[in-house]
Design a protein around this ligand. Structure first.
Ligand SMILES: Nc1ncnc2c1ncn2[C@@H]1O[C@H](COP(=O)(O)OP(=O)(O)O)[C@@H](O)[C@H]1O
Ligand SMILES: [Mg+2]
Length: 251
């Protein structure tokens, strides 16, 4: 599915009257099946944009579109994931992952099969009976990703999904995400503050200005796929990374 924004602006009403311009205007099209990262300074409206594309925030002006549908509410076609896993503490790993199917009224056998199928590529098969309190941060984020993937969304919106993890964990989980995406080819938009991560994973990187965030750079990453971690040492990689670094410094 295609994701688009057309002259979209988001303003928040302020307690004492007036409003805060959080985002935009932004206009872009993200083509079906592409992996796009979004970089930008803190507070520039990245999370606002993700929430709006997920139907959790309404534009003050302009519109957001998923294929031909103007976004007005959340949809099961669109999976969203945030920096904190927000797992339910009294449910096991597999019970957390299955939750969306349970809410959708899927029968138990179907839920169990789906859970096994999702947990395996995330490296969670051995942990399905553990509770969130027994998981590391990286594992908790894997479970959160599983809970999103179980609905087979065509669009994935990831808001700094690995931002709280240490570098090692972060690299492992992002390469797992890349492998899963390569097989399923969702349209994926990921907010990150890590330039290397953005370049290594993406087809294209968008850079936002300070608040209210607008798109100030749009860079194609023409590195071959499959990607692998050592690519960060290649000249073509460093060239894109340097370009982005400068764009962010200008933002
Ligand atoms: N619900 C809200 N009400 C009022 N202001 C908000 C709300 N959510 C975010 N903001 C403000 O909008 C701006 C953009 O926030 P956000 O989208 O979270 O930025 P980012 O994710 O890029 O750090 C910030 O100034 C933030 O304080
Ligand atoms: Mg944010």
């Amino acid at each position: 599915m295609q994701i688009a924004a057309e002259g979209a602006v988001i303003e928040y009403a302020m307690a004492g009257g007036g409003h805060l311009a959080a985002l935009g205007p932004v206009t872009f099209i993200i083509e079906d099946g592409t992996f796009v990262s979004l970089l930008g300074p803190s507070g520039c409206g990245k999370s606002t944009l993700i929430r709006a594309l997920a139907g959790l925030e309404k534009p003050t002006r302009g519109s957001f579109r998923i294929d031909d549908r103007i976004v007005t509410s959340p949809s099961t076609e669109v999976g969203v994931m945030f920096q904190s896993a927000n797992l339910i503490p009294w449910r096991t790993v597999s019970e957390n992952v299955m939750l969306p199917l349970e809410l959708a009224g899927a029968p138990k056998s179907q839920r169990n099969n789906a859970s096994k199928r999702i947990l395996e590529p995330l490296g969670l098969s051995e942990y399905e009976t553990l509770y969130p309190g027994q998981l590391s941060g990286g594992m908790a984020q894997r479970v959160a990703l599983g809970r999103v993937l179980i609905q087979s969304p065509d669009v994935l919106l990831l808001d700094e999904p690995f931002g709280a993890l240490d570098a090692m964990n972060r690299e492992k989980i992002s390469m797992d995400l890349l492998r899963i995406w390569s097989q399923q080819r969702q349209t994926l938009l990921m907010v990150t503050h890590d330039v290397q991560e953005a370049v290594l994973l993406s087809d294209r990187v968008l850079v936002m200005s300070h608040r209210p965030g607008r798109i100030i750079d749009d860079v194609s990453v023409d590195l071959p796929r499959p990607r692998y971690s050592e690519m960060i040492y290649e000249p073509a990689f460093t060239e894109v990374a340097r370009h982005l670094r400068r764009a962010i410094d200008r933002a």
